[in-house]
Design a binder for this molecule. Structure first.
Ligand code: UDX
Length: 456
């Protein structure tokens, strides 16, 4: 029987892109003998196709137990009600666990929901805010929160200076909610992540020091920051965790055999893998341009088109697709795909998990950001890390087929893309080292666990 050093209650925001990194972080803690309980909303739990078997999962309420977020009408309404109902049910859960002899020592929460820190204080527990997005993005929201930078800029091409960031950015590079007036209420929620951050014991960031040194150094003067990423299963990186087979929590069922069988028949570095994550919805016109761009590139492609997006494909696109040319699936085992030797590039929306996964597996990218943090991630991919190229939109906001074709060729075969391909390999090595013994993220996780043990 394992004797646990401490017990962490993990409270993710209920969304695929938020749960994945917290789950992988939990596995790292578990390997250092920390007991883990994951608290998920009832509605989210109902929709899970896969659940981890090695951790305790408990249900809490967000006030929408039957219908989930869609029932709330708006994102902001959802967050507001979750705060009211969630605090009570989280407290009840902590009491229930204590009664059963499983005292909680620490709450690790997603600051999209800032209130768990108050619950932690009420029970005298350690609290850690877990930012699932990178430090540059967090830094931008921080400065909007502080009113240091006034956004949106008055002119579209105005350069924005972010303290702590050496390159200037333009309005097309900042998270969409900062620029888009419709996203105002969501921006309020995002900047609220910092509203009570001075009360937490730790700020954990799903990134690694080497990737964002200067901004991490800058933010560390304000908050007790620890980078703990990349939160990729150990089997793809340092291979130190033995019980690491399960993929995690998933809302979608991956078409694993179809994808891997097809990839096994493709030459090395020949395939474009295309995915826009779990939420992004493309305009019909964009979908059409993408379909033609892929076909015209003369590369084979594996394209994830979620079932809700499928009607937007050009007529007979799937029917006319030969198996040599491409495969369209509704969901894939993305890490297994990115790791496959046949993959030559990742055409991605630059969700932070996808970006970090591509970095960790050394896959160069064609960036087609859609919204939220994705434009900032694409900027970093293109200009700072130089591990991909950002496909330019036209004045209507559409990336045309010629641009897509050109970017794929640049990343996969042209001399101009050589540096990108080399840099991608370099970052893969660094990503593996940071989670390995004595790497920067491993040391941070060790320190976190030591503090838990001292205080518990
Ligand atoms: C959301 C936001 O859109 C993103 O910008 C933010 O950084 C995190 O939250 P999402 O759009 O789903 O996430 O994108 P991403 O962060 O890339 O996460 C998608 C996850 O789903 C990845 O872990 C990826 O491996 C996984 N995935 C995706 C699959 O397992 N199979 C697929 O077919 C596609």
């Amino acid at each position: 029987m394992t004797t646990h050093k401490a017990h962490c209650l993990i409270l993710p925001f209920p969304g695929q892109g938020h749960i994945n990194p917290m789950l992988q972080f939990s596995k790292r803690l578990q390997s250092k003998r920390v007991k883990i309980t994951i608290a998920l909303t009832k509605s989210f739990l109902k929709n899970m196709k896969e659940l981890p078997t090695s951790m305790s999962i408990e249900a809490i309420s967000d006030g929408y137990d039957d219908g989930g977020r869609d029932q709330a009408g708006s994102f902001v309404a959802y967050i507001t009600r979750f705060k009211e109902i969630g605090s009570d049910t989280l407290s009840q859960l902590i009491e229930k666990l204590a009664k059963s002899g499983c005292h909680v020592n620490c709450i690790v929460y997603d600051p999209f929901l800032p209130w768990p820190v108050e619950v932690a204080k009420q029970f005298g527990l350690i609290s850690a805010a877990f930012f699932t997005q990178n430090c540059v993005v967090d830094n931008i929201y921080y400065h909007v929160h502080k009113g240091v930078i006034k956004l949106p800029p008055t002119q579209n091409d105005e350069k924005i200076i972010i303290p702590g960031l050496s390159c200037t950015i333009e309005s097309s590079d900042v998270p969409s909610f900062v620029i888009n007036p419709e996203g105002e209420r969501i921006l309020e929620m995002l900047v609220n992540q910092f509203s009570n951050l001075d009360k937490v014991d730790w700020v954990l960031i799903n990134s690694f020091y080497e990737l964002e040194k200067e901004i991490i150094d800058w933010m560390s003067k304000i908050y007790p920051i620890k980078t703990i990423g990349p939160t990729i299963p150990s089997m793809y990186l340092d291979k130190r965790l033995h019980d690491d087979k399960e993929y995690g929590l998933s809302m979608f069922k991956p078409m694993t055999n179809e994808c891997l069988n097809w990839l096994n028949h493709q030459p090395i570095s020949s395939v474009v893998y295309v995915s826009f994550g779990s939420i992004a919805k493309l305009e019909n016109e964009q979908m059409e341009e993408l379909a033609w761009g892929l076909k015209n590139s003369n590369k084979s492609f594996l394209w994830v088109v979620r079932s809700t997006e499928e009607p937007k494909l050009p007529k007979n696109f799937i029917e006319e697709l030969t198996s040599e040319k491409g495969l369209v699936v509704s969901w894939c085992p993305q890490l297994q795909v990115l790791e496959h030797e046949s993959i030559g590039c990742f055409l991605t929306h630059c969700g932070w998990n996808s970006t970090l996964e591509a970095i960790s597996l050394g896959v160069p990218m064609v960036a087609m950001p859609q919204w939220t943090d994705q434009p900032t991630n694409a900027k970093l991919v293109n200009d700072v890390w130089e591990i991909g190229v950002r496909a330019k939109q036209d004045e209507k906001g559409i990336v045309r087929r010629e641009v897509i074709e050109e970017c794929i060729k640049l990343v996969m075969e042209e001399d101009k893309g050589k540096l990108i391909r080399e840099n991608a390999k370099k970052w893969k090595e660094i990503a593996r080292n940071v989670v390995d013994e004595r790497g920067s993220s491993d040391k941070n996780i060790e320190e976190f666990v030591s503090k838990l043990v001292t205080i518990s």
